[in-house]
Design a protein around this ligand. Structure first.
Ligand SMILES: NC(=O)c1ccc[n+]([C@@H]2O[C@H](COP(=O)([O-])OP(=O)(O)OC[C@H]3O[C@@H](n4cnc5c(N)ncnc54)[C@H](OP(=O)(O)O)[C@@H]3O)[C@@H](O)[C@H]2O)c1
Length: 398
C-alpha cells in the first residue's frame, strides 16, 4: 500500500489551504490501510469558517465508522458552524453497515463539503452530494487553481483507493507484486536459495504490506523451495491473512498437511489454484488428506498454464479483493507477462547475484522493441536501511 508518507496532524487553529487540507485527508486515509478492505481507504479533514484546522479522521476498519464520522465526532455543533469538510471520496448516500455519511453531515450547520472523487458507482454517484445540497450545504469536487498541484492531488486521490476503484470497475482482484531483488534483477539462485536478499527494514515493510492486502499469493516453486509461513509478523500489526497458491497440477496437495502454511492458517483461509482438468485427480488426493485447503478450479490456456485472468475473477468472487503476489520468479514473470500487475513494490538490495546461476523476476517477459518497454507510472522511492524500494503502477487506467 503506497509509501507511508503520513503528514503530522496540525495544531487546532493552524491555517490550511484547500490543497493542504486534501493532502492531509489523503494521508489520514492511508492510516486505514490494514483494516478497511473491502471498503475504500477514506480520510477527512474539517476546517472552520476561517480555514483553520479543527479535526481529522479516517475509516479505520470494515464495519467501523466512516472517515467523516471520525473527523467530526469530537466537535460541537458550534465548532461546525460554517465549517468546511474535506473528504477524499464523495460522502456515501446509502445505509450499509453504517448510516449514510451525507445524511449525518447534513444535520450539522456546515457550509461546504469538498470531496476528492465522485462515488465510482454510477447508480449512486452524485447522490451524496445531492443530499448535502438539499440540506443547503455547498458540495463540490476538489479543484485547485494550481494545475500542477491539482494533477498531483488527483493522482494521489485515485491511488489511495486504487484497489476499491479497480474492484468496482473490473470485478477482479487487485494485484500488487512484491519482489526482493539484487541490483541486477535476480530474485533467487538456481539452487532455490534466496534468503536473504534484502535487509531487516525491507522485510518489516513487507509484513506491513502483507497486512494491507487481502491475501498473499505465491507459486508452487516458492512452497517447494522455502516451505514459507506466509503470515504477518510485524511489531505493531496483529492480523490473520489468507494465502493463495498456484499449483496447476495440484502436486503439493499430497503433502499439504506437512507444509508450514497448513499448520499456521485455517484451511478456509488457504486457496489452492489448480487446473479445471485436474478435478478428478485432485478430489482423489483430497479424499486421502486429513486437512484440505479450499480448491479453486481455474481454466487453462493452450500449453496448460492456468488462465490468470480467470483465476483473478474467481478469487474476487471468493471475497479476495486484493492480493500481494510475492513470487517466485516464474509466478511474478507470468503476472507481468499477461499485464495483470496493478502495483509493483520492488525492493532492491545493493548486491549483485549475476544472471549465470540465478532467476530473474522477468524471466519470461519479452520486449521486442524499445517502444514496447513496460513503463512504471508515477514511480516513488523509499530508502529502507541499505535497500531501495520503488513502487508505481503498471496499468494505464484503474
Ligand atoms: N526474492 C523474492 O522476492 C522471492 C519471493 C518469493 C520466492 N523467491 C524464490 O523464488 C524461487 C521460486 O521461484 P520459481 O520461479 O522457481 O517458482 P514459483 O514462481 O514460486 O512457482 C513457479 C511454479 O508455479 C506455477 N505457476 C506459476 N504461474 C503459473 C501459471 N500461470 N499457470 C500454472 N502454473 C503456474 C508453475 O507450476 P508447475 O511447474 O506445476 O507448472 C511454476 O513452475 C525460490 O527459490 C524462492 O526462494 C524469491
Amino acid at each position: 500500500m503506497e509509501l507511508i508518507t503520513t503528514l503530522p496532524i496540525p495544531a487546532r487553529g493552524t491555517l490550511l489551504t484547500a490543497e493542504q487540507a486534501m493532502l492531509l485527508a489523503i494521508s489520514e486515509a492511508y492510516k486505514g490501510a490494514t483494516g478497511a478492505s473491502p471498503n475504500p481507504l477514506v480520510g477527512s479533514v474539517v476546517l472552520d469558517e476561517q480555514s483553520r484546522f479543527l479535526a481529522c479522521g479516517y475509516h479505520e476498519f470494515y464495519g467501523g465508522p466512516h472517515a467523516e464520522v471520525n473527523a467530526v465526532k469530537n466537535l460541537a455543533n458550534e465548532d461546525l458552524r460554517n465549517a468546511h469538510v474535506f473528504v477524499t471520496l464523495e460522502p456515501c448516500a446509502h445505509e450499509g453497515k453504517t448510516p449514510s455519511c451525507a445524511k449525518m453531515l447534513a444535520k450539522f450547520p456546515i457550509k461546504k463539503v469538498t470531496f476528492g472523487l465522485i462515488d465510482p458507482n454510477p447508480l449512486v454517484a452524485g447522490q451524496g452530494a445531492d443530499i448535502l445540497r438539499q440540506a443547503g450545504i455547498e458540495a463540490e469536487v476538489f479543484s485547485s487553481a494550481n494545475p500542477g498541484l491539482a494533477q498531483e492531488i488527483k493522482i494521489k486521490l485515485e491511488e489511495v483507493c486504487e484497489a476499491f476503484l479497480w474492484n468496482f470497475r473490473h470485478k477482479k482482484t487487485f494485484v500488487a507484486l512484491k519482489m526482493a531483488s539484487s541490483l541486477d534483477g535476480q530474485v533467487a539462485l538456481r539452487s532455490g536459495e534466496s534468503q536473504w536478499i534484502t535487509g531487516p527494514q525491507s522485510r518489516e515493510y513487507v509484513h506491513y504490506l502483507r497486512a494491507c492486502y487481502d491475501a498473499i499469493l505465491v507459486g508452487k516453486g516458492t512452497i517447494e523451495f522455502d516451505n514459507p509461513s506466509l503470515d504477518i509478523r510485524h511489531s505493531e500489526i496483529k492480523k490473520k491473512n489468507k494465502v493463495v497458491v498456484i499449483d496447476g497440477e495440484g502436486e503439493l496437495l499430497t503433502r499439504y498437511a506437512k507444509l508450514k502454511l497448513s499448520t499456521l492458517h485455517a484451511n478456509d483461509d488457504v486457496f489452492w489454484c489448480v487446473a479445471k482438468e485436474m478435478r478428478e485427480q485432485v478430489e482423489h488426493t483430497l479424499a486421502q488428506n486429513s486437512v484440505r485447503p479450499q480448491i479453486v478450479y481455474v481454466a487453462t490456456k493452450v500449453g496448460g498454464d492456468l488462465d490468470l485472468q480467470d483465476l483473478l475473477a474467481q478469487l474476487y468472487t471468493k471475497g479476495l479483493r486484493s492480493a500481494l503476489v510475492e513470487g517466485g520468479a516464474l509466478t511474478a514473470s507470468s503476472f507481468i507477462e499477461h499485464g495483470l500487475v496493478n502495483r509493483l513494490y520492488l525492493f532492491q538490495a545493493p548486491i549483485l547475484m549475476g544472471s549465470g546461476g540465478s532467476k530473474s523476476w522477468t524471466e519470461t517477459v519479452r520486449v521486442p522493441v524499445m517502444a514496447e518497454k513496460i513503463q512504471l507510472k508515477n514511480p516513488r522511492h523509499l530508502t529502507l536501511g541499505d535497500d531501495f524500494m520503488i513502487t508505481g503502477t503498471f496499468k494505464k487506467d484503474l
